[in-house]
Design a binder for this molecule. Structure first.
Ligand SMILES: C[S@@+](CC[C@H](N)C(=O)[O-])C[C@H]1O[C@@H](n2cnc3c(N)ncnc32)[C@H](O)[C@@H]1O
Length: 279
């Protein structure tokens, strides 16, 4: 089933959390000269036009990036992510929003490389057009879960993996954690970022348990909850599991998450920063 199009959701509150944390992780990777690999198993189209009918139909970005990008009280931990939004929208009008491959591209140096996968015919077409002739970003129309093991371990033994499935199929909740625990066996030193929506809390409980039952160590969990758990009203929150987070990330998350909760949420919103599994 491939009906999911990220264009409907680009720039929403979940993207803001995912992409701001991705930016912090990638920025940390630049601390060493040695190159790193970035693997994006579910890459999407790579770049989105918010004036398109898709984004306009849901207007989700209005409750996400649109509320933030021009604020003058942003915590410095959001600066690099927001700077990219300004670079893409130099005329003070928000129209272009970067997907995860474009965010990654923004950090790559000559010694780094990105490998991006997507199966959707339209979105893969847009992705390959976007990175045509860009040698550092390679795109593949293959299954991201299955392709991951071929990238691990990276030759430089430094890598960041983003797993960002659509969760159209409930099997994604289990498959995504399984992909990380298999990847971890091949490359236990990698940073793995797994995005999830909070729609039915029991799926998240199940993911946490699956991590705890696996060999994976050092898992940070972040969550931004717009409204209390509710089984009826779609996505009430969003979260990330980060395996082997940079040591700076917990402190950075503790600066970002209260700010996002206040700016994007209301009195019922909340956040979570916790070490799910110790080192
Ligand atoms: C949430 S979107 C990705 C958004 C993107 N990571 C970002 O942050 O900009 C999920 C994408 O996964 C793709 N997809 C679904 N199943 C896949 C699979 N097994 N392998 C690769 N891509 C898949 C969908 O076509 C969709 O574009």
């Amino acid at each position: 089933m491939l009906s999911y199009r990220h264009a409907y959701h680009a720039g929403n509150f979940a993207d803001v959390l995912k992409h701001s944390v991705l930016s912090l992780v990638l920025d940390y990777m630049l601390n060493k000269e040695k190159g790193f690999s970035y693997v994006d198993t579910h890459a999407g189209a790579g770049m989105y036009r918010l004036s398109d009918a898709t984004a306009q139909k849901t207007g989700e970005y209005l409750d996400g990036i649109a509320k933030l990008w021009q604020r003058n009280d942003l915590p410095e931990e959001l600066a690099q992510y927001i700077e990219l939004i300004h670079e893409l929208n130099p005329n003070n009008k928000l129209n272009i929003y970067p997907g995860s491959p474009s965010i990654a591209q923004n950090f790559l140096r000559s010694q780094d490389a990105a490998f991006c996968y997507d199966l959707h015919p339209t979105d893969f077409g847009l992705l390959s057009e976007l990175f045509e002739n860009k040698r550092k970003v390679q795109v593949y129309k293959t299954d991201g879960y299955k392709s991951l093991k071929g990238q691990l371990p990276p030759a430089t033994r430094r890598g960041v993996v983003l797993i960002d499935p659509p969760y159209e199929m409930k099997t994604d909740y289990v498959d995504a954690v399984t992909a990380i625990s298999k990847g971890y066996r091949l490359f236990s030193g990698g940073v793995y970022i797994l995005w999830y929506p909070v729609v039915h809390r029991h799926y998240i409980d199940q993911m946490e348990q699956q991590f705890c039952d696996s060999d994976v160590r050092n898992v940070l969990q972040l969550e931004l909850q717009m409204a209390p758990d509710n089984e009826e009203y779609g996505m009430t929150g969003t979260g990330l599991f980060i395996v082997n987070p940079p040591w700076t990330l917990t402190r950075q998350a503790e600066a970002i998450l209260p700010y996002l909760t206040t700016q994007l949420g209301d009195g019922d919103s909340s956040y979570l920063v916790r070490q799910l599994i110790e080192e």
